[in-house]
Design a protein around this ligand. Structure first.
Ligand code: HEC
Length: 327
């Protein structure tokens, strides 16, 4: 089979093909990893256990676990599992995972795309290969959101940052105002708050906005948006970077051991700084120990989270957020 045909099959297979086509045969796993592989693939297990198992795979050996991780990216799997699989692949930090993560991309839902972009621009080993793939045109540049561009622009490896700057010089990010126009038809529809709650969970809003006792408090408190008009609310969600508050500016920190973290600065003392990441994870560092701390010119709230939703689903989401007022 020639390569073009193989690629065509891979692309037609939808959002992410199975890993079998892409990876070398698996090596013998350790008992701990074997158990995690089993749980991760077992649809009869509770989703939470499967997600935790996938997280453990991120500490396994690439050749042993990658085929399974790519299989877990299939559209039939629940989104939380797929997102965790992307994170695990990020943790494994193998440049050869980048191309398969980008192939089949077009059919992925927005939260998966968001995680892939985030992972590929937050890790040294992956960002170099990601930029090389962008140069090769593997991904339409318009798909790369402002957050990913900013992370590359301030990337600690200057060669990567320079290459990225050159690539994006050629094409600016899709106009936020144009995106807003596309979602505007939702404003004419009547929304259903109960269905909107599902959209809110599905589109990962709960990673940063707490609703009752669900979710994490990273972003703004949505209960306080008392009288926001629906069109303004829509704008805040579709185009978070048009106006954002400095409190919620995203920062990238490079830790003493070279790890890159993104979050808001949740607090500082004379000697420490606290970085709050999505999922409400706080990390406290000694100011002098951080290799660098750089502000991004974007909100921590990602762009593009509504992509692919029908106008009715967007109307439901708006209705759900507005219904929160009553609490
Ligand atoms: C990675 C974290 C993150 C995710 C995921 C996220 N948000 Fe946000 N959100 C924020 C932050 C941070 C702000 C503060 C915005 C700013 O001014 O930059 C915010 C602001 C908002 C606001 C404006 C609030 C105000 O007071 O002006 C709305 C509305 C909102 N988000 C809705 C959503 C919805 C709906 C989703 C899911 C589709 C979502 N957010 C997903 C972090 C997030």
């Amino acid at each position: 089979m020639n390569q073009m045909r193989l690629l065509a099959i891979v692309l037609l297979a939808g959002c992410f093909p199975g890993g079998g086509l892409l990876d070398t045969p698996a090596a013998e796993p350790s008992p701990r990893i074997a158990a995690a592989l089993k749980t991760a693939q077992d649809a009869a297990q509770p989703e939470r256990d499967r997600v935790n198992a996938v997280r453990r795979l991120g500490r396994g050996d690439y050749d042993t676990v990658s085929a399974t991780l790519f299989q877990l990216l299939a559209p039939a799997q629940p989104d939380p599992l797929r997102i965790e699989a992307v994170r695990a692949l990020e943790e494994l930090a193998q440049p050869r995972a980048v191309a398969p993560l980008l192939h089949g991309w077009t059919n992925c839902s927005a939260p998966i795309k968001q995680q892939v972009l985030h992972s590929l621009t937050s890790h040294r080993e992956l960002a170099g290969e990601f930029v090389a793939q962008l140069e090769r045109g593997t991904l339409p540049l318009a798909e790369v959101d402002a957050g990913a561009r900013q992370r590359l622009a301030v990337f600690p490896d200057e060669a990567i940052a320079a290459k990225a700057a050159k690539i994006f010089e050629r094409q600016p990010y899709l106009d936020a105002r144009a995106a807003l126009q596309r979602f505007r038809p939702a404003l004419a529809l009547k929304g259903d708050a109960a269905r909107g709650k599902e959209v809110f969970k599905e589109r990962t809003c709960v990673n940063c906005h707490r609703i009752g006792d669900e979710g994490h408090f990273v972003g703004a408190d949505l209960f306080t948006i008392k009288d926001m008009a629906r069109d303004e609310l829509l704008q805040q969600i579709v185009a978070p970077n048009l106006f954002f508050m400095p409190t919620f500016q995203a920062f990238v920190a490079e830790t003493p051991d070279g790890e890159l973290l993104e979050g808001v600065v949740a607090g500082t003392t004379e000697t420490t700084v606290t970085i709050r990441q999505a999922l409400g994870i706080d990390r406290v560092f000694n100011k002098t120990s951080l290799k660098r701390l750089k502000g991004l010119n974007v909100s921590l709230m990602p762009e593009g989270l509504l992509e692919g939703l029908a106008p009715q689903q967007v109307a439901d989401l708006l209705e759900f957020i507005r219904s929160l007022r009553g609490f």
